[in-house]
Ligand binder design. Structure first.
Ligand code: SAH
Length: 238
């Protein structure tokens, strides 16, 4: 090959290598950069569990919020998802996930599917996730999201106060709406040695995030973790 044509080939290859990103690629790269910054912040705030952090580094949180909220998807605050409900603050999602000590293969129940983001984090870690949502419209859109993103979450529409008896018992239970009391069915559906995390307290004020542990003999111990503010756990079917 002539030197001139070799040089022009080299120029083409170099130019291809530094070609500017376009359209979707550019926004994917921008979202990725913001997502890494979000997880860096969560790590600085004290979350250490590597499975939790890795899952949040890859999951596209912007796919879990309404289109009008996409530009805010990687801020450390809750966002509205319709029906008066919210997707939780990323730090709280990370904190609650870490508390559950999630491992691949663990069987887990979530009450309050909402956007599906919390369930997605657990599924990304490799947990077998069951999730219940009281608003039919939210349950439907979350299921479509799980399918689109190929996330192994089994979800249904219903009132989570009753848990999911057909799929019980669970290694862990996570409740992402504020309860006035700890629903007895959820404690009953927890395996001996299992743990549950649940915000409990005044539904329109500040609640306590509580860790419920069931020891191998079935005895229950509860511990206050931190003050939180969640949307209320509702009753009936919507
Ligand atoms: N885990 C969600 C957070 C959603 S906010 C996420 O990652 O986006 C809490 C959710 O709990 C809301 O979607 C609300 O509709 C739902 N919820 C409230 N009461 C419930 C109940 N009794 N059973 C099931 N879901 C309930």
């Amino acid at each position: 090959m002539q030197l001139a044509s070799r040089l022009s080939l080299l120029v083409v290859v170099i130019c291809a290598g530094v070609a500017p990103l376009r359209g979707q690629d550019r926004s994917a790269a921008a979202y990725n950069e913001r997502r890494q910054a979000m997880v860096d912040l969560i790590e600085r705030r004290g979350v250490r569990d590597s499975a939790t952090l890795s899952a949040m580094r890859v999951l596209p949180r912007h796919e879990f919020v309404p289109a009008s909220q996409r530009s805010r998807a990687y801020g450390d605050y809750p966002l509205p998802i319709g029906h008066g409900q919210t997707i939780s603050q990323p730090y709280i999602v990370a904190y609650m996930t870490e508390i559950l000590q999630p491992k691949p293969g663990m069987k887990l129940l979530e009450i309050g599917t909402g956007s599906g983001y919390q369930a997605a984090v657990l599924a990304q870690i490799g947990c077998e996730v069951y999730s219940v949502e009281i608003f039919e419209a939210l349950a439907t859109s979350a299921r479509q999201r799980f399918d689109r993103l190929a996330l192994a979450v089994t979800s249904r529409h219903g009132d989570g106060h009753h848990g999911w008896s057909d799929a019980a018992p669970f290694d862990a239970v996570i409740v992402t709406a504020a309860a006035g009391y700890i629903p007895p069915a959820l404690v009953a559906q927890l395996k001996p040695g299992g743990r549950m995390v649940i915000p409990v307290g005044s539904v329109y004020g500040v609640q306590n995030l509580i860790l419920v542990e069931k020891d191998p003999d079935g005895n229950i111990r509860t511990r206050n973790l931190l003050p939180v503010r969640f949307v209320p756990m509702l009753s009936g079917i919507r």
